[in-house]
Design a protein around this ligand. Structure first.
Ligand code: NAD
Length: 498
């Protein structure tokens, strides 16, 4: 059986006591095994990172940026191989897998400009003969713990900025699709980053805990489900680290009566079912305002959903592929049953779907629920599968309240032709990322990504300037070069620059 090894000290290591299976979700077969690392594996990575990081931090930012430029070139040159690898472990279709790599590359492009954004602030003459300036310095060693659903983009969100800022980075990717992260680390080495600047350790809770407790790691960035995000946040902060921990989501799409319904149906189909719904910015809840809008939308949605093609991830015609593993397939199907038991109307049932020739694959057909209500568990929790729920709202106020009061606050969208309604909605809704006639409002790399409420713990977003702030610490220098004449100030009174 093929082993997807750690990437420590620029190479692959040896035996491990525990392993986890990596599936091909298209066939349901195990295609490789990944070691579940221990404290000793982490210690080996830390030792190498500690040896490499001071030199990397002292390398001028322009040279660090050149490594990023070369990394970008290498990833682009290898994008077909990376997308293929990603798709075969995750199950998302190839075009979507390329998008996963590309959205990560966007952050690398941002990181190519790091010399500019790392410039500090300077005030000449802040007091008599006194200048004040600040500089951003790297933290040392940072770690990233990432989910299965974006195995290229999310690691690059983190290490792109962290490494460009002068840190060494240890990545603990999802054990469900670990190959792409390892390949990215190989390419970073090839691009010219010193050995030890980007390393990959595999594992489960044992490795995560070792990272959270390790005194040599200064900051941890986590993306995954909310309970684990909260746990990671608490444990990491207790250990004195800087932690940002992004969690789950349940994004709503508000459809106003004046919206272009054909456009909405097209947007919703992709946003709800693309990547089999396994996106933290998917739109699994649609909120039509008024029964007339709801009925018209439902009528258009049904045929659109029935036309969706579910296929193997290499099928260029498929809209989406299998979910990541059998346990997740079961979980999604259980949620569908819960929805039925709670009294929601199951309009299209995707359970029991089998793809001919791939009967063991982890496929689920698309499902549509109507008359879902806010008290239902299947509404309150994240399903993370190809399931769209219609929650009918009587008016605009109710539509603003639904996403605002939900436990998650990652993304939300409003579809309308009314600029005033859109503006009101964007200002008032209690959610971190808002789309106006944009179904998946993932901000571009030079802005920042982050939800609110149980979708994110900590106070700093991913990438953009927020990422730079997270991966650096500010040092502020107050300087005076006396000319030898007495300044007459009372040294016992706090200086006031007056
Ligand atoms: P997950 O929480 O199961 O796993 C995330 C990471 O935590 C993995 O590296 C995993 O190995 C590790 N982990 C798993 N169990 C652990 C435990 N008990 N203790 C410590 N660490 C543990 O998430 P997933 O299923 O890989 O990813 C899907 C989830 O991620 C969804 O909830 C989705 O909404 C969320 N997500 C959020 C964002 C965001 O930016 N808010 C982005 C992508 C995905």
């Amino acid at each position: 059986m093929r082993i997807i090894d750690h990437f420590i000290a620029g190479g692959h290591t040896g035996a491990a006591a525990r392993h986890s299976d990596v599936f091909d979700p298209n066939t349901g077969q195990v295609q490789a095994r990944v070691p579940l690392g221990t404290q000793a594996d982490l210690d080996a990575a830390i030792a190498r990172a500690q040896a490499a990081q001071p030199g990397w931090a002292a390398t001028n930012p322009q040279r660090r940026a050149r490594v990023m430029f070369e990394f970008k070139r290498l990833v682009e040159a290898n994008i077909d191989e990376l997308a293929q690898m990603l798709s075969s472990e995750h199950g998302k279709v190839i075009a979507d897998a390329k998008g996963d790599v590309q959205r990560g590359l966007d952050v690398i492009e941002f990181a190519c400009g790091i010399p500019h954004v790392l410039k500090g602030e300077y005030t000449q003459g802040a007091g008599p003969g006194i200048d004040v300036y600040s500089m951003r310095q790297p933290l040392g060693i940072g770690a990233g713990i990432t989910p299965f659903n974006f195995p290229a983009m999310i690691p690059m969100w983190m290490f792109g900025v962290a490494i460009a800022c002068g840190n060494a980075f240890i990545l603990k990717p999802s054990e469900r699709d670990p190959s792409v992260p390892v390949r990215l680390a190989e390419l970073m080495l090839e691009a010219g980053a010193p050995e030890g600047i980007l390393q990959v350790v595999h594992g489960d809770k044992e490795m995560v805990d070792a990272i959270l407790d390790h005194p040599a790691i200064s900051a941890v960035s986590f993306v995954g489900s909310s309970d684990i995000a909260h746990y990671v946040y608490r444990r990491g902060v207790d250990a004195g680290k800087r932690v940002q921990a992004m969690g789950g989501a349940k994004n709503h799409g508000i459809v106003m009566p004046d919206a272009d319904l054909d456009q909405v149906v097209n947007d919703l189909s992709g946003a709800a079912f693309g990547s089999a719904g396994e996106r933290c910015m998917a739109l699994p809840v649609v909120v039509p305002v008024g029964d007339k809008t709801a009925d018209a939308l439902r009528e258009k949605l049904i045929p659109a959903i029935e036309k969706l093609r579910v296929g193997v991830s290499t099928d260029a015609e498929a809209h989406y592929g299998p979910v990541v593993n059998a346990a997740h397939k079961q979980r999604v199907e259980n949620w569908i049953q819960t929805g039925v038991d709670e009294g929601a109307e199951l309009v299209v049932d995707g359970r029991g779907f089998a793809l001919q020739g791939h009967e063991q694959g982890f496929f689920i057909g698309p499902s549509l629920f109507d008359r879902v209500t806010p008290d239902m568990e299947s509404y309150k929790e994240e399903i993370f599968g190809p399931v769209l729920q219609i929650v009918r709202a009587a008016d605009f106020e109710e539509a603003v309240a639904l996403p605002s009061q939900h436990q998650y606050g990652n993304g939300v969208a409003i579809f309308t032709r009314n600029g005033h309604a859109a503006r009101e909605f964007a200002a008032r809704v209690n959610v971190g990322m808002v789309g106006i006639n944009v179904p998946i409002p993932v901000p571009v790399a030079y802005h920042t990504f982050g939800g609110w409420k149980r979708s994110a713990f900590g106070d700093t977003n991913q990438h953009g300037m927020e990422g730079v702030k997270f991966w650096t610490k500010v040092k502020t220098i107050t300087q005076r070069w006396p000319d030898g004449s007495p300044d007459g100030s009372n040294a016992f009174v706090i200086p006031t620059m007056g």
